[in-house]
Write a protein that binds this ligand. Structure first.
Ligand code: ZN
Length: 405
């Protein structure tokens, strides 16, 4: 992921790293600061920046002059260089956004979605939805450099497909990336949604500048994106971070993966909805009993009821938070991250979910590790994954441009 396997010489590598500093420093960065941060001479940076200016990737910010000697001018990404789209494919939602070259969001949208229909039908819906949002942005496919896509399953990056995804039945090894590239005649990048969430929050959200970060996506399923030393940790095949299938309770309910008592089966959106339905059917007092039939109750309903003070809904959410906290406590002991960012649809309820997580982490991880780990909600909310998808798509495009240059 992020720092890709550069087939670049040292000069191109310095150029690429300088460009990333310009991309991810809020408010832009001056030449002298780039030189200082990368340990390069001023004249080397002058040459690099001249190249980037000539390439049209970077521009001098008009109204921002940074403090310090010699009236330094801030450099920023030239937003007019072209556009990107980011797509977050969820089990029950589809998030889309269009950004300019500086990753500024022009338009975004969230639609109800059903991932359990056949892949080609699902991808047709993704296509139509992207056509729609592009039209409303006054753009066409020819204006896009690339489209970044996130999916809720383990992604084999080389193949552009998912591998035995527990909550994406029927998608095993379906060529998602190639199908869309052929259709759109554009570069498409495909990654796991939680990994992209980590990347999005690191680039523009809660985890800015934080190089040891874990992003936990709590949607219908549960997954983690692990950033170690500023690089996404993918494991041997890129399948790392599947924390939803860490067993937490031996006598727990069956999970989509075939095991029992997995975190996802206790704390994922599907599990939250199932617990609410079962409680309503048992006659528990709750506002959720107004939803008929009880089978229609979704995790979104439980989140909304919990926010309004419904005791049953709050109990369910609190328990989910406790189980998430147990697994996060293990991650804190294992990885010693400086930040854990909790995002995804279920995490929209904020402190109701975060409080039991924090408590479990405090009780169950090493005091010294817990002390230096901040646990916080995703700043980009539902956009963490789709913005991360844009960052990843742009990485691929910039790699390509730099290799040619
Ligand atoms: Zn499982």
């Amino acid at each position: 992921m992020y720092t890709t396997s550069y087939k670049l010489n040292v000069r191109s590598l310095n150029k690429r790293t300088s460009l990333d500093l310009i991309r991810f420093t809020p408010g832009g960065i001056a030449r002298a600061e780039i030189a200082r941060r990368l340990g390069l001479t001023r004249s080397a940076v002058t040459v690099i920046v001249k190249d980037l200016l000539e390439n049209g990737l970077v521009r001098e910010a008009e109204n921002i002059t940074l403090s310090g000697g010699g009236r330094p001018v801030a450099l920023e990404i030239d937003p007019s260089r072209g556009y990107f789209a980011g797509v977050d494919i969820g089990v029950s939602h589809l998030g889309l956004l269009v950004t300019d070259f500086s990753s500024r969001v022009i338009l975004d949208q969230e639609l109800a979605f059903n991932l359990s229909v056949k892949p080609d039908q699902s991808l047709e819906f993704v296509h139509q939805s992207l056509v729609g949002i592009l039209e409303r942005s006054g753009l066409g496919f020819e204006d896009l450099h690339a489209v970044g896509i996130g999916v809720p399953g383990p992604v084999l990056e080389e193949a552009g497909a998912v591998s035995s995804p527990p909550i994406m039945p029927g998608w095993d090894l379906f060529p998602i990336r190639d199908t869309l590239e052929e259709r759109w005649r554009l570069m498409v990048t495909l990654n796991n949604d939680a990994e992209l969430g980590a990347l999005g929050e690191w680039a523009f959200g809660a985890g800015r500048g934080c190089s040891h970060l874990v992003y936990i996506k709590v949607g219908s399923g549960v997954g983690a994106g692990i950033l170690i030393d500023g690089v996404i940790y993918g494991g041997t095949l890129g399948l790392a971070g599947e924390i939803g299938h860490i067993p937490v309770r031996e006598d727990g309910p069956g999970c989509a993966c075939g095991n029992y008592g997995c975190l996802e089966a206790l704390a994922g959106g599907k599990a939250i909805a199932r617990q609410a339905r079962e409680a309503v059917m048992k006659g528990r007092r709750t506002h959720l009993s107004r939803i008929v039939p009880p089978e229609a109750i979704t995790a979104k309903d439980v989140v909304a009821a919990a926010r309004l003070g419904d005791i049953l809904a709050q109990e369910i959410v609190k328990e989910a938070g406790m189980y998430l906290g147990i697994v996060i406590a293990n991650l804190v002991n294992l990885l010693n991250p400086s930040m854990v960012v909790v995002g995804g649809g279920v995490a929209q309820m904020g402190d109701l979910l975060l409080q039991p997580i924090r408590q479990a982490v405090q009780e169950r991880s090493l005091k010294s590790a817990a002390k230096c780990t901040r646990i916080t909600a995703a700043v980009l909310e539902r956009r963490s994954t789709s913005l991360g998808a844009v960052v990843q798509a742009q990485n691929a495009v910039l790699d390509q441009i730099m290799e040619i240059a």
